[in-house]
Design a protein around this ligand. Sequence first.
Ligand SMILES: [Cu+2]
Length: 348
Amino acid sequence: MMKLMGWAIALAAAALTPAAAGAQTPQAAEPQATAAAPAPAAPPADAAAATAAPAIDYAAPTPGIGVPDGRMGLQDQVTEVGQQAASFHDNWLLMLCVVISLFVLALLAWTIFRYRRGANPTPARTSHNTVIEVVWTLVPVLILVAIAVPSIRLIRAQYSPPPADLTVKVIGNQWYWTYQYPDNGGFEIVSNMLKEQKDVKAGDRFRTDADGPPLLAADERMVIPAGKVVKFIVTSNDVIHAFAMPAFWTKIDANPGRLNETWVKVDRPGVYFGQCSELCGARHGYMPIAIEVVPEATFNAWLAAKGGTPKGAAPAVEPGAPAAEPAPAVEVPAVEQPATNQAATAQN
Ligand SMILES: [Cu+2]
C-alpha cells in the first residue's frame, strides 16, 4: 500500500512539474515593496528627457499583476491558458497532493500506534488480501487518470494555438533580448535592462518606479496588442536562454539554430515582467523581459513610431469600412534602431 501510494505521489509530482515551472521565483525580492507605482495608467513623466524615449507612453506596473510581489504561489494569470493551468494546479493537483499526503500520514500514524509491540504483542501473519490488493491497484490508477485527463487537455490548449494575429520573433542574446516584427515591416527592438541611477553616468537614462522593479525594468518593451493572438517564435543568437513570462504561463527555451513557438492572448492592457530563465552566462540575471499590452490603436501608433506598418496594411480594408485611417499622430519621430546594441556593449 505504502509503496503504491508513494508511486502515486511521485507521479503526481511529475505531472505537476510543468505547472511548477511556470511559477516565478521572485528573484528581485527586496525591491518589490518599492515597486508599487502610484497609478496604473500614469505615464513615466521623466521619460522624455531620456536619450531613448519610448514611442508611446508606457504603462506603469500594477502592483500584484505581472510583477512579482513576494507572495507564495503563482502570479495572477492574464491568459486563458494561464488561468486554466493555475486553477488546475491550485484547485486540483495541490489539493490531491495534500489529501494523499494526509491519508498516508494518517495510515502511518495509525500503524505506529495501534500495532506497536506494547499494544499488539502477537503480530498477525496475514500475507495476502485480495480486496485490499485490488483497491490499492485501482485507486492509484484512477487518481492518475483524474490527473492525466485535465493535464492533456491543458497541453492541447497550449500547443494548438488559434491562427495568429501577430507574430513576434524573440531572440535571446548575451545578455539582452531583441524582438522582431516580421508581419509589420520586420523592424527590430533591442531591449536592455534599465540600470539604477547610481550605476549610470550623469544624463543617462536610469530606472524609475514607473519603468518597473529593479532588475525587471527594460528600456524598450515588447509591445503587443490586447485581445489578439500573438505568436512568439523564440530563438537565440548565442547560447540557450529561456523566454519566460509568469503572468502569461509562458516559458520556452531560446535555442541557437532552432525555432520554438508559443503563443499568448492577453486581454488586459498593462505591463508584465519576466526574466531569462535559463542560466546563460555572467549577466543571466540582468536580461529581463518587459511586455506592454496596449489597445490596438496604440499598438499601431507604436508601430508607426518604430517605422513599422500594421499587418497587411495596404490591402486590408474591410468592406463597408471607411478607408484605413492613418495611424494616430505620434509626437515622437520615427527613429531607426541603432545597428549596434550600444547599451549592451557598454555594460558587458
Ligand atoms: Cu539568458
